[in-house]
Ligand binder design. Structure first.
Ligand SMILES: NC(=O)c1ccc[n+]([C@@H]2O[C@H](COP(=O)([O-])OP(=O)(O)OC[C@H]3O[C@@H](n4cnc5c(N)ncnc54)[C@H](O)[C@@H]3O)[C@@H](O)[C@H]2O)c1
Length: 568
């Protein structure tokens, strides 16, 4: 079932501007002649630039080829393709063999490994002792009733992955199960060391402390994918990455439940003044009071932003006996007996507790200021675990001192320290000292999503995204590439190849690509664009190794090409 494949790094040969990129499409085109018999071993070649093999005869190996436009170097990989597999295993070795190894590296692998279904299991623990649930993606890429073909015609141990910042063990397990070489570091790396290491890897996993600037990424000649094992992606130059064919994934919602649970805890803490009582006890003061301490049952919770977190919270709050009202800029179906109200003011007027779950946008900056605090019921509570800029803190301090607000909980701040330590002071935010003097105020250091379960879920989500991208080319969930996915090929589809073509989004390219693909039988095809970059996937049947070579070389010759991969 294995086919073979060569690649030529020739580039910049032709261009065309006849038609615009037309977005998503499906195409079924003419059938080709039956494929040539398959060779008996398979290889992965992850190459940013290489020359064609000396002969066009079909080798007894299968290759996956990646090539990036600007880095094409034509001399080294052809010689590497004639090296024994063992001599081509590491890119370090490539460096030694070839002076241009930064721009031309290859990885050859001798046998395919099956994707281990167990790696696709999600362990979202409901309790510290029980695990359940399967990956939402486990079924998505399967064909019902058929075993899917694994588009991984390579020795996975030559895929090199660098994991920094103590990425969760769930991710390490998923990536190791694929057979990839995983280098794990607990901390981030100084830029010099990072640059040294990033040159050799195909994927990197980071959290928030590692800056992947253009300066760093320009050295990452083999890198095809970045996994941000966190919510934010500000630490990565997304635009530079996209334009160089590097896809970035993150995990924006894996911690929604953790935030919702924190907010439930804070509602009860505020209603019972638990923060103050606890602080007093820590100082040796016994202060048993019940005045202005409440049950939350029967109280009204006003949720601003009924998205992933807001809606989770809605369910939990109703289970606690609260009435839920919410405001969102879009109409969203209410869960349980919650009610969407037409304006923010309506929610502020009626809620005993107001909790904010909106994104950081120009429209949400200071969306709770003096005017809105005045619109809240006297003695109501405010909770912000969204973004620090959403609340005008000076106005909140004033409202609290005047007794209009009975308490507040803040998890996020306009300026937050970059590291743990004694940094939450007036130097960071001018109102810092004033804020700390307020009664019934819970301050937490942006820990809403910081739980073991969330970290585990993030590890699984991003780990699986990396595997899907490396093995199948799916970009669902990518933050800097168009989201493109094709259903898995089945094991019956023996001589199929999956073409992945990342290119500049400019007029005429899709026509050129389709002219190339038009000589083959395209079973399915999907393309989409995002800004300056477009991503195309096409599954081609009856594809001989020679066809793959021709396809690859033709795509490589397009001047709009950023990265070409062919999986089979
Ligand atoms: N504290 C933490 O540790 C932590 C963890 C995760 C997320 N967050 C933050 O929580 C917030 C919500 O996250 P999410 O995952 O629920 O996001 P989401 O995108 O799922 O939901 C946001 C909701 O807000 C609505 N919205 C947008 N603008 C609005 C406006 N002006 N008025 C009212 N509604 C508006 C959207 O329509 C959407 O329904 C984000 O700011 C996120 O960064 C914080």
């Amino acid at each position: 079932m294995l086919s073979s494949f060569f690649g030529s790094g020739s580039s910049e040969k032709c261009s065309g501007r006849a038609s615009t990129h037309t977005g998503k499409c499906d195409a079924t085109q003419k059938k080709n002649s039956p494929s040539t018999p398959s060779p008996n071993s398979s290889n992965l070649r992850l190459v940013r630039g290489f020359s064609p093999p000396a002969s066009s005869s079909i080798p007894s190996s299968t290759n996956l080829i990646l090539s990036e436009n600007k880095n094409v170097q034509h001399s080294s990989a052809s010689s590497s393709s004639s090296l024994p597999v063992s001599s081509r295993l590491s890119s370090k070795q490539q460096h030694q063999h070839h002076p241009q190894a930064h721009t031309s590296k290859s990885f050859n692998m001798s046998s395919a490994q099956e994707i281990d279904g167990a790696a696709h299991r999600v362990s979202l623990s409901a309790s510290p002792t029980s695990n359940f649930s399967t990956s939402p993606f486990a079924a998505r890429y399967q064909n019902a009733g058929q075993s899917s073909k694994h588009l991984k015609p390579f020795n996975t141990e030559d895929v090199r992955i660098l994991l920094l910042e103590n990425v969760n063990q769930t991710a390490v397990d998923i990536l190791k199960k694929q057979g990839y070489q995983v280098e794990f570091h607990k901390a981030s790396l100084p830029e010099e060391e990072l640059i040294e290491k990033i040159r050799d890897v195909h994927a990197i996993g980071i959290r928030s402390k590692t800056r992947l600037s253009a300066n760093v990424l320009k050295e990452a000649k083999n890198l095809i994918v970045i996994g941000c094992f966190c919510i934010g992606t500000n630490q990565v130059d997304l635009d530079y990455a996209a334009k160089h064919g590097i896809t970035v994934f993150n995990s924006p919602y894996a911690n929604s439940r953790s935030v919702a649970e924190l907010v439930i805890g804070e509602i009860i803490m505020l209603a019972r003044q638990l923060g103050d009582r606890s602080n007093e006890m820590h100082k040796g003061t016994w202060n048993k009071v019940s005045a202005r301490c409440w049950e939350i049952r029967g109280k009204t919770l006003g949720i601003v932003g009924y998205g992933h977190i807001g809606s989770q919270l809605s369910v939990l709050a109703e289970a606690m006996g609260m009435n839920v009202i919410y405001y969102d800029v879009v109409p969203i179906m209410a869960l349980g007996t919650a009610k969407q109200l037409p304006t923010l003011k309506d929610v502020l007027n009626q809620a005993d507790f107001v909790t904010l779950h909106v994104p950081e946008l120009p429209e949400t900056k200071n969306m709770i200021g003096k005017e809105q605090l005045d619109q809240m019921k006297k003695g109501a509570y405010l909770i912000n675990a969204s973004r620090g800029t959403v609340v005008d803190i000076s106005a909140l301090i004033a409202a609290s001192r005047e007794g209009r607000i009975a308490g507040a909980a803040l998890d996020v701040y306009p300026s937050e320290p970059a590291a743990n330590g004694d940094y939450f002071n007036s130097t960071l935010n001018i109102w810092g000292d004033d804020l700390r003097t307020l009664k019934n105020l819970i301050l937490t250091p942006h820990i809403g999503g910081s739980t073991e379960e969330a970290q585990s879920a993030i590890g699984i989500e991003v780990g699986e995204a990396l595997v899907r991208y490396i093995n199948e080319g799916n970009t669902v969930g990518a933050v800097n590439m168009p989201e493109v996915s094709l259903r898995s090929l089945t094991s019956e589809e023996d001589n199929h190849a999956r073409v992945i073509f990342i290119h500049s989004n400019r007029p005429g390219v899709l026509r050129q690509v389709n002219e190339i693909l038009g000589d083959h039988n395209v079973d399915k095809q999907m393309s989409d664009s995002r800004g300056d970059v477009a991503y195309l996937m096409a599954d081609i049947s009856d594809c001989s190794p020679k066809d793959i070579k021709v396809l690859y070389e033709s795509l490589e010759s397009l001047s709009a090409r950023v990265l070409t991969r062919i999986l089979y």
